[in-house]
Design a binder for this molecule. Structure first.
Ligand SMILES: C[S@@+](CC[C@H](N)C(=O)[O-])C[C@H]1O[C@@H](n2cnc3c(N)ncnc32)[C@H](O)[C@@H]1O
Length: 228
């Protein structure tokens, strides 16, 4: 009811824009993403992040995007590690164009899709070997929670880590137990960790256990920001 009322009141141009966004070619969406991100970077105006989020189909809210993106302005030669490939991946690459960005993805078909579209991206397929339904058991075995990664990923002091993967809903999903624990191990001292989907119990418990409440900088609805 309320949603329908809101939809009715939207300007016509905006309605057409929302309806057609799914049919825009990926190359055009990518161009718009970069253009609007650069305009946000230059002006700080949230309207550019709003547009970008709608047209690209990003789940993070505008305020959450702003909180993460602002961190890049404060770092030089930033090393960024992202758990999960998604519609927002190009945004992170653009925000960190002066630094180094690595993506880790657990879903084979999803990984293949991105790799074929962007073979130049530094993206690695990882094997989580966990099931969400066992999250309580894994909590007591932190020695088994470290992901098997290339040595250079373990050796890099990461300045920003985004945990937005792997899939964390449904009993058979891998869950974010290993990505949250591994983030706690790989973050540079003073670095920033962002964990999305913290409305869920597993994300909350693993963050509280391994990233620790004393390191929590801010909570923006379901996004938590920790300092390493
Ligand atoms: C929760 S999504 C993050 C979405 C991202 N924040 C965005 O706005 O695009 C992250 C994980 O979900 C999984 N995933 C998302 N969409 C998928 C799809 N269409 N097919 C397969 N896996 C998908 C992938 O494993 C990915 O690492």
């Amino acid at each position: 009811m309320i949603l329908n009322e809101i939809k009715k009141r939207l300007p016509l141009g905006f309605k057409i824009w929302i309806k057609t966004r799914k049919f825009l070619p990926q190359a055009l969406k990518d161009k718009l993403l970069v253009r609007w991100f650069l305009l946000w970077e230059k002006t700080g105006k949230l309207k550019y992040l709003k547009r970008l989020r709608i047209i690209i189909g990003i789940q993070l809210t505008v305020k959450q995007l702003e909180a993460i993106l602002t961190q890049f302005k404060q770092k030089t030669d930033c090393k960024l590690l992202v758990f999960g490939l998604g519609n927002d991946s190009l945004l992170w690459l653009t925000a960190n164009r002066a630094g180094q960005t690595v993506f880790l993805e657990g879903h084979q078909a999803w990984f293949n899709e991105f790799k074929s579209r962007h073979p130049e991206w530094l993206a690695y397929r990882v094997s989580y070997e966990t099931k969400l339904r066992d999250w309580k058991t894994w909590l007591n075995q932190p020695d088994k929670l470290t992901l098997d990664l290339k040595p250079e990923i373990h050796q890099t002091p990461w300045d920003i880590i985004l945990v937005d993967g792997p899939i964390g809903y449904g009993d058979d999903a891998p869950g974010r137990m290993k990505s949250i624990y591994t983030a706690s191990q790989l973050i540079n001292q003073g670095g920033d960790i962002f964990v999305h989907d913290c409305e869920r119990e597993v994300e909350q418990v693993y963050c509280d256990t391994f990233l620790l409440p004393k390191n929590l900088v801010k909570e923006m609805t379901n996004l938590r920001h920790y300092r390493g």
